[in-house]
Design a protein. Structure first.
Length: 163
């Protein structure tokens, strides 16, 4: 099983959205028996809570399902993960610093690095938490734009992983 974990700050907005979208892409590609997708937050403020209602609204409006409970990312998880996807540069730095080994730190990547239209200055998926529903809709657009490239990378890694 190839394991991917999306990570944002509180695990109620961006990372559960990315988890839901990418899980749908994995299923559409017929890889759901080979790829496990989940999410977590760098902090534990919302552990056990569901996704932000605005996240749920935007996901459901776009046809995505979700059943989410927030949790905090733990350094001990690195050994069981193949890819850790940070939603912004702050998460990237925090996760790489948390990684127990250089090999674990190398598993951490930015989501937007998989979007061919994103420039070097556009590495982050902005945090929509303190804004309006528009920010959540933008978050979904950015997640969807990066998901095709991420799926291609995961598909290749799964081929190598199962070969």
């Amino acid at each position: 099983m190839y394991r991917v974990c999306f990570v944002c700050t509180g695990n109620i907005c961006r990372s559960p959205m990315a988890e839901s979208v990418f899980r749908a892409r994995v299923t559409e590609a017929g890889l759901d028996a080979l790829v496990e997708v989940d999410s977590a937050g760098t902090g534990g403020w919302f552990e056990g809570d569901g996704a932000d209602p605005r996240t749920v609204t935007v996901l459901e409006s776009a046809g995505y399902g979700q059943s989410h409970r927030a949790r905090q990312f733990r350094a001990s998880w690195f050994s069981g993960l193949d890819l850790v996807i940070a939603l912004d540069a702050g998460h990237l730095r925090e996760l790489r610093a948390l990684a127990p080994t250089p090999e674990d730190a190398a598993k951490v990547r930015l989501l937007r690095s998989y979007d061919p239209a994103a420039t070097a200055a556009e590495t982050d998926v902005p945090d929509p938490y303190y804004g309006s529903l528009d920010g959540f809709e933008l978050c979904l657009e950015l997640v969807e734009a990066a998901s095709a490239g991420l799926l291609d990378a995961v598909r290749e890694a799964v081929k190598e992983h199962t070969a």
